[in-house]
Write a new protein. Structure first.
Length: 571
């Protein structure tokens, strides 16, 4: 069993607080969200809460992760797959009983495209015709520059029919409609507090999400928010699929302390804890392998751990030198002896484990899948990779005429796991290449600023895909993308990504992405992929309905219990 050591005072404080209110049917731990506004959420805890309270045109199937009807009971598309017509179900209702209208979707999407709303994922809407121009026209204070809303390809043909015109074919568009940014909003509530006459009311725009003001169309409604303590959700009786919702109440138990979260689980205060500390997760996995801890769940995520390289600083500005760095990372050793949760080593960027979850239809009706490149050093032993890396360094030295190579700084946040990985990479680079590698621990905000300002050598990074498509990974390394942050620019890569954005043939599109990824991970190496990330959580065995999810979005609103919740009919 896991032994949990916590300060005695913390335990006493927890016991003193326990039992002051009736326990919710289901309780999970969460960080404090900044907002539950579906157009403004971006952190995973926020997305999880918003997804329980708001529902879009489609939702992702819990088993296949493919889009299925939600507020829209069906949809049609034309031959070019650029014109979509969504037919809303008549049973879709807001928590106040009002019908969900097509206009509520149009209103919400246009609001997300107002730069002053600060929707972190507004760019996801740019697949819609005219959306990007509309967004950019609202980045200044001059309303005379504003592009009219009518230029955006979204229209309510009637109360239950939404018509969407895309800028180009988008094979993952239905996936996007399941994301909170694409959820509808009850416009009367928003117009009262946050938006009037197509303008954002910044001082009060947060007030509509207070429990006394919020109107939701999802499975649950926000009824209480005690800052830094708890968030309480209550089942929405007007939700169109309410008969399949088992829990009457769900509580988010707010804590930023992983020890407190684990203690709350072990003592029965909460039913779900996710994102356990790596050392704890490894111990739990060992327990599970010994035939214990069936409540521990671990699985692949649509996410990659990698190192960014500042391509503006010598010697890191040379592809040969960057190749040498990549070749001398012993990824298999890191996964086996450092991370230890079954991570898959990778020399490419798009997670291979998710390829089967990204089916597309070819022009002739065949189902096709993304075929990523092999990656630098594929098929070679580590000793062979080291030999090849030394050749790349020699080639760099001859071409540059440089003498001794300066020390390379490796930056990472102050987390024990990050230090363990960085120290392993440091040993590999020093042993294999004779480099001097200096480790630099930086607070997360400082590190993020240094990466943004290109004030680093090599820095630890992660990327979690937002939707199941290679583009969510590969688009970010084009020259002008704000997420690039490597100083790397490559015209052929940019052309491939731009071509893929408008390519109607899925087979050609996937081939363009594969060639772009080959350039990224075999030829140029502005990033050094290391492994595909895994996620984990503890779920009390008496609960079902929450399957491990590659996008890390556990649908808490679909939770069930082996014994029915009080007052909940059996299915």
């Amino acid at each position: 069993m896991i032994v949990i050591v916590v300060p005695a005072l913390a335990l006493l404080a927890w016991l003193a607080l326990g039992g002051t209110a009736p326990r919710a049917d289901f309780v999970f731990t969460s960080l404090e969200p900044r907002t539950v506004d579906p157009q403004r959420v971006s952190w995973l805890p926020e997305i999880q809460l918003a997804s329980a309270m708001f529902e879009g045109l489609a939702r992702l199937n819990a088993e296949t992760h493919l889009p299925e009807p939600a507020v829209a009971e069906r949809w049609d598309t034309d031959e070019s797959q650029t014109v979509w017509t969504f037919h809303l179900r008549s049973s879709a209702r807001w928590s106040n009983g009002a019908p969900v209208l097509a206009e509520h979707f149009r209103f919400a999407w246009l609001r997300a495209l107002d730069a002053k709303v600060a929707a972190q994922y507004a760019s996801l809407l740019f697949v819609i015709r005219g959306a990007e121009a509309y967004y950019k026209s609202r980045t200044d204070e001059d309303p005379a520059n504003d592009v009219p809303a009518e230029s955006v390809g979204v229209a309510a043909l009637d109360s239950s029919t939404l018509h969407v015109t895309l800028a180009a074919p988008c094979s993952y568009f239905l996936d996007l409609t399941s994301f909170p940014t694409f959820a509808p909003l009850y416009s009367p509530a928003i117009e009262r507090w946050a938006h009037r006459d197509e303008r954002v009311r910044s001082p009060t725009q947060h007030l509509w999400t207070r429990p006394e003001n919020i109107v939701c169309n999802g499975a649950f409604v926000l009824t209480r928010w005690d800052f830094k303590k708890q968030i309480l959700l209550r089942r929405n009786p007007h939700y169109w699929d309410a008969d399949r919702i088992r829990a009457a109440t769900i509580e988010a138990y707010i804590t930023a302390d992983p020890n407190a979260a684990l203690l709350a689980y072990e003592t029965g205060r909460v039913d779900l804890v996710r994102g356990l500390e790596p050392a704890v997760a490894r111990a739990l996995l060992a327990e599970q392998h010994a035939g214990r801890r069936p409540d521990f769940h671990v699985g692949d995520r649509f996410a990659t751990f990698f190192y960014r390289v500042n391509c503006r600083r010598p010697p890191l500005d040379d592809p040969d030198f960057r190749k040498a760095l990549s070749l001398t990372i012993d990824r298999a050793a890191i996964c086996a002896h450092v991370t230890g949760l079954g991570e898959v080593p990778t020399a490419t960027y798009v997670p291979r484990g998710a390829v089967a979850l990204m089916p597309r239809l070819a022009a002739d009706g065949r189902t096709i899948y993304y075929d990523p490149p092999a990656g630098l050093g594929a098929g070679l032993s580590y000793s062979e990779c080291v030999a090849l890396a030394r050749e790349h360094v020699a080639r760099y030295s001859r071409r540059s005429g440089a003498g001794a190579i300066r020390p390379i700084e490796l930056a990472f946040p102050p987390e024990p796991e990050q230090r363990r990985i960085a120290e392993a990479v440091q040993r590999m680079w020093e042993s294999a290449l004779g480099l001097r590698v200096e480790l630099r621990t930086l607070e997360s905000k400082v590190l993020a600023t240094r990466i943004r300002d290109l004030d680093y050598d090599v820095a630890r990074s992660d990327w979690f895909g937002d939707y199941l498509d290679p583009g969510t990974f590969l688009n970010m390394f084009t020259t002008d993308n704000g997420q690039n942050r490597t100083g790397w620019s490559h015209e052929p890569y940019d052309r491939l990504i731009a071509a893929a954005a408008v390519e109607p043939d899925n087979e050609r599109r996937y081939a363009q992405f594969a060639e772009a990824e080959r350039i990224l991970c075999q030829e140029e190496l502005p990033i050094l992929p290391v492994f595909q990330r895994r996620g984990n959580f503890l779920l009390r065995p008496s609960f079902t309905g929450l399957r491990d999810h590659v996008l890390d979005r556990l649908p808490i609103h679909r939770v069930r219990r082996a014994a029915p919740f009080p007052g909940s009919p059996d299915l």
